[in-house]
Design a binder for this molecule. Structure first.
Ligand code: FAD
Length: 302
C-alpha cells in the first residue's frame, strides 16, 4: 500500500533538483504537445532538459531543431543527446560544432545501439567513433562542453558483469564525463546498491536516477526487456486488468512513481532525472510531491 508520510514538503531545504528528458517530435501535432509539456515543466527550474537522438542518428535534424528552439525560446539549459552510430567522426564533429554555434554547452554522449538492433553485435561505423569513451574525448576536444553519460544499475545487456560496466563508467569519467543518468529501474535497491559500488570505486560524479512514470505498462515492459531493466512481478500486478482503463492506469502510474521517488528521497537522493515521454502531467505532479514548485511569477511567465 502506498504510504506517504504527512509532510508539507519533501524538500524543506529546497535542495531537490530535477531534470527532464524529451524526444524530438515527428509531426506538427507532436510538436505542439512537446512545447506544451516544456512550457509546463520549464518553470520548475530544471537543472537541464535533454533531447534524445533517434537510433542510428535518424533524428539528427529534429534533435538539433528542438534543442536550438529551447535555446532561443526558453531559459532552460538544453542537453543534446548524440550517438556514435551510423556516422563518421567528421559527421559527428559537425553536429557538435553546430551545437557549439547554437549556444549549446551540454551533450549526452552515448555509443548508441547496434545498427542491427538490440541483441546484435555493435560494429563501429568505419571512420566513426568506436565507443562512448572515444566520443566523449572527441566532444571535449571541440569545446568546453559538460558531458553527460549513461549508467546501468542492472548492467548494460552487452556487459560481461556489473564490475565490467563500472570499468566503462570510470573510463567515461576519465575521458571527461561529469554527470551520469541511469537507465530506468523499478526496484530502488538496484540503484542504491549500484551507487554504493560506484562510490566504492572512487567515482564521485552525480549519478542521477532515471525515473520513468509508466504511462503504458505493456510498452514499458517491452522496452525494459530490451534494455536489461527488470520488471518486478509486483509492478505487473498493479497494472493487471487495466489494459482498457487508461484513466486508472494513470492514477496507478502516479502512485508508483511517487512511491519510488519519495523512497529515494528518504535514502538521501536529491537529484532526479525524469523520462517524460513528452507528457508533463505525471512528472509535474511528482515534482509537486517532491516540493519542486514554481513561484507564481514563473507560472505567469510560462
Ligand atoms: P556504453 O556505456 O558506451 O556501453 C555500451 C556497452 O559497451 C556496455 O556493455 C559496455 O560495457 C561496453 N563498452 C563500452 N566501452 C567499452 C570499451 N571501451 N571496451 C569494452 N566494452 C565497452 N540511445 C539512442 O540511440 N539515443 C539516445 O538519445 C539515447 N539516450 C539514452 C539516455 C540514457 C540516459 C540511457 C541510459 C540510454 C540512452 N540510449 C540512447 C540508449 C543507449 O544508446 C544504448 O543503451 C546503447 O546500447 C549503449 O550506449 P551507451 O553509451 O549507453 O553505453
Amino acid at each position: 500500500m502506498l504510504q506517504i508520510p504527512h509532510r508539507a514538503s519533501r524538500d524543506p531545504q529546497g535542495d531537490i533538483k530535477v531534470s527532464f528528458e524529451f524526444f524530438p517530435p515527428k509531426s506538427p501535432e507532436m510538436e505542439l504537445n512537446l512545447w506544451e509539456s516544456i512550457a509546463r515543466l520549464a518553470p520548475l527550474n530544471p537543472s537541464f532538459v535533454s533531447v534524445t537522438y533517434g537510433a542510428g542518428g535518424s533524428t539528427r535534424e529534429r534533435t538539433h531543431n528542438t534543442v536550438a528552439r529551447i535555446v532561443r525560446e526558453t531559459n532552460v539549459v538544453p542537453a543534446a543527446h548524440l550517438t556514435c552510430v551510423g556516422a563518421t567522426r567528421e559527421e559527428v564533429d559537425a553536429v557538435v560544432r553546430d551545437y557549439l554555434a547554437a549556444g549549446v554547452r551540454h551533450i549526452v554522449a552515448l555509443r548508441g545501439d547496434p545498427v542491427g538492433g538490440i541483441g546484435t553485435a555493435f560494429e563501429p561505423h568505419p571512420g566513426g567513433y568506436a565507443n562512448s569513451t572515444e566520443l566523449i574525448k572527441g566532444i571535449r576536444k571541440l569545446g568546453d562542453f559538460e558531458v553527460i553519460v549513461s549508467a546501468y544499475p542492472e548492467k548494460h545487456p552487452e556487459a560481461k558483469s556489473l564490475e565490467a560496466d563500472i570499468d566503462v563508467l570510470e573510463a567515461k569519467v576519465d575521458a571527461g564525463a561529469s554527470v551520469a543518468i541511469t537507465q530506468f529501474f523499478f526496484e530502488n535497491a538496484h540503484y542504491l546498491r549500484y551507487l554504493e559500488r560506484v562510490r566504492a570505486r572512487g567515482i564521485t560524479i552525480p549519478i542521477l536516477p532515471g525515473i520513468v512514470p509508466v504511462q503504458n505498462f505493456k510498452q514499458t515492459a517491452g522496452f525494459a526487456a530490451k534494455t536489461g531493466a527488470s520488471v518486478p512481478a509486483w509492478l505487473a500486478a498493479r497494472f493487471e486488468g487495466l489494459e482498457n482503463d487508461p484513466a486508472t492506469r494513470k492514477l496507478i502510474a502516479a502512485a508508483v512513481a511517487a512511491e519510488q521517488v519519495l523512497d529515494l528521497v528518504d535514502h538521501g537522493i536529491r537529484d532526479f532525472h525524469f523520462y517524460t515521454m513528452n507528457r508533463a502531467d505525471l512528472v509535474f505532479a511528482i515534482c509537486h510531491l517532491l516540493g519542486v514548485r514554481h513561484t507564481p511569477a514563473e507560472a505567469a511567465a510560462a
